[in-house]
Design a binder for this molecule. Structure first.
Ligand code: URA
Length: 212
C-alpha cells in the first residue's frame, strides 16, 4: 500500500511540475467540474480556431438536464454572444423545444466544436478530434437521460459511424449507457422545411422516454 501511495505521490508531483494544478475528480459537484472544463476551454489554443474566435461557446442550460442537444459548431451570432444556438437556427431549435412542452432553460445545449470555423464551414476531422474531449467531459458530468444529436456531425461523431443522417435519424442508438436520438440540424430545416415533420416524429420519441 505504501508503495502505491509513494508512486502516486511522485506521479502527482511530476504532474504539478509540468503545470497541472487541478484534477477533475468525479466526486466534485457538477457545477465545479463543468467550470473546470470551461476554464480549460477558455484558454484553449489546441487548434487554429482558437486564434480566430471572438468567444468560446461552451454550452448553456440546466446542468441537471434530462435532455441534452448537441449541435455542430458556433456560427457568427454564437461567436459574438458566446452562447450556443442564438442565431436563426437557434430560434428554430427554441421553437422545437417549446413545442415539446419544455423550457429552453431546462435542457442543456452545446456543440461538437467550441470555436467558430471561418465562414461557418464544416468542422474538419482534426478540429473535431482536438475538441471532442471537452464534449465528452460535458456529457460525462451532466449525464442526461437522452442526447439528441443535431445533424450529421454531432450524430456521426458521437456514434462513431459514417452512416448518413437520413438513415441514422428517427432511430434510438446507445451512447455510453445513454439514449441517443439523431435528428436533422435546425439549419437544414430552415433550408428544407418539409422535413420538419420528421424532426417532430423524433422529438415525440424523445418525449415518450422523458415522460415514460
Ligand atoms: N449551429 C450549431 O450547430 N451550433 C450553434 O451553436 C449554432 C448553429
Amino acid at each position: 500500500m505504501s508503495d502505491i501511495l509513494k508512486s502516486m505521490r511522485s506521479y502527482l508531483e511530476m504532474e504539478k511540475e509540468s503545470g497541472i494544478s487541478e484534477y477533475l475528480f468525479t466526486s466534485k459537484p457538477k457545477d465545479v467540474r463543468l467550470s473546470l472544463v470551461k476554464n480549460g476551454v477558455s484558454h484553449c489554443q489546441k487548434c487554429p480556431l482558437g486564434k480566430m474566435r471572438k468567444n468560446i461557446v461552451f454550452g448553456s442550460g440546466n446542468i441537471n438536464a434530462k435532455l441534452m442537444f448537441v449541435g455542430e459548431a458556433p456560427g457568427h451570432e454564437e461567436d459574438i454572444q458566446g452562447m450556443p444556438f442564438v442565431g436563426e437556427a437557434g430560434a428554430l431549435l427554441t421553437k422545437i423545444i417549446e413545442a415539446m412542452g419544455i423550457k429552453r432553460d431546462d435542457v442543456y445545449i452545446c456543440n461538437i466544436l467550441k470555436c467558430r470555423p471561418p465562414q461557418n464551414r464544416n468542422p474538419l476531422p482534426a478540429e473535431i478530434s482536438t475538441c471532442i474531449d471537452y464534449l465528452y467531459a460535458q456529457i460525462d458530468t451532466i449525464k442526461p437521460r437522452v442526447i439528441c444529436g443535431l445533424g450529421k456531425f454531432a450524430s456521426q461523431t458521437l456514434l462513431n459511424t459514417e452512416m448518413p443522417i437520413s438513415k441514422l435519424r428517427g432511430n434510438w442508438h446507445e451512447y455510453r449507457g445513454m439514449k441517443f436520438m439523431p435528428t436533422y440540424h435546425p439549419a437544414y430545416l430552415l433550408r428544407n422545411p418539409k422535413d420538419k415533420k420528421l424532426v417532430w416524429e423524433d422529438m415525440k420519441k424523445i418525449l415518450e422516454i422523458l415522460n415514460g
